[in-house]
Design a protein around this ligand. Structure first.
Ligand SMILES: C[S@@+](CC[C@H](N)C(=O)[O-])C[C@H]1O[C@@H](n2cnc3c(N)ncnc32)[C@H](O)[C@@H]1O
Length: 240
């Protein structure tokens, strides 16, 4: 796949477990690929600013946090949900880094680790956090954040939500580190059906999965399908 929206840059400040919090068992996502998928999604949207982005299987929020840092100028709302309560807590922590207060708290924590243990990795994390702080200080308005617990394989989870997403982006479970929980018969297609209440005409949905999980594209039009190594992603728009 040709990268059209993200050059091969150094994303070390966004490495999982450096400034962005990590807990064992949580998955991460290649930063360049996240940014490329976001760029492709935006290319299909009419609006290019004030974007509301939602991840229904957000895990520890790594993907959303990375996309938030790299696109603070175009995103105004970030929403994540996950079936796992611990993942939801970690996603809150990570997405809080997109605010100056959240990053200041992380810098204080890293400084205390460095004072206690004197590790070079903590020093490097502090330097990364300061660079991220300088980056977000350029934006007067930071995205609003919301995270909730929910099983995306049940209709009720989104039925009562009052937001509409411009972009849904999700790295769904593959079964290596994390598996689908709930109704596992045809999870991606159930997820796509259950997303309908929070979509609007022109919304764009990007689903990353392993190659085995098939997308039927009922009630959606496929905009593109790409393969990268063991992963694939598909970008769809709802027929509403
Ligand atoms: C591959 S991970 C997502 C990682 C995430 N993109 C990140 O950057 O941290 C898949 C997530 O799907 C969640 N999950 C599994 N079954 C689910 C369900 N029925 N509804 C919502 N989330 C579910 C898991 O708890 C896991 O956090």
């Amino acid at each position: 796949m040709e990268y059209k929206y993200c050059e091969n840059k150094n994303f070390e400040d966004l490495a999982c477990g450096k400034v962005i919090y990590y807990k064992s068992g949580m998955t991460n996502f290649p930063v360049r690929l996240a940014q490329e998928i976001y760029g492709r999604c935006v290319s299909y949207l009419q609006k290019k600013h004030n974007i509301c982005i939602y991840d229904p299987c957000c895990g520890g929020g790594y993907l959303l946090t990375v996309v938030g840092f790299l696109n603070m100028g175009s995103i105004n709302k970030i929403i994540g949900s996950d079936i796992n309560e611990q993942a939801v807590d970690l996603a809150w922590q990570n997405l809080s880094l997109l605010s100056e207060e959240g990053l200041e708290k992380r810098i204080r924590q890293l400084n205390s680790y460095y004072a206690q243990f004197g590790k070079q990795s903590h020093k490097e994390a502090i330097d990364s956090a300061i660079r991220l702080m300088n980056r977000i200080k350029e934006y007067d308005r930071k995205p609003t954040i919301s995270v909730f617990k929910g099983d995306i394989l049940t209709k009720e989870t989104l039925a009562a939500q009052d937001f509409k997403a411009d972009i849904v982006i999700s790295d769904v479970p593959y079964g290596n580190l994390v598996s689908w929980q709930g109704d596992e018969q045809d999870p991606i297609n159930i997820l796509l059906e259950n997303l309908m209440p929070i979509l609007k005409p022109g919304s764009v949905v990007a689903i990353c999965s392993d190659k085995r999980q098939k997308i039927k594209v009922e009630n959606y039009k496929r905009l593109e399908r790409q393969r990268i190594g063991k992963r694939k992603f598909e970008i769809l728009t709802p027929l509403i």
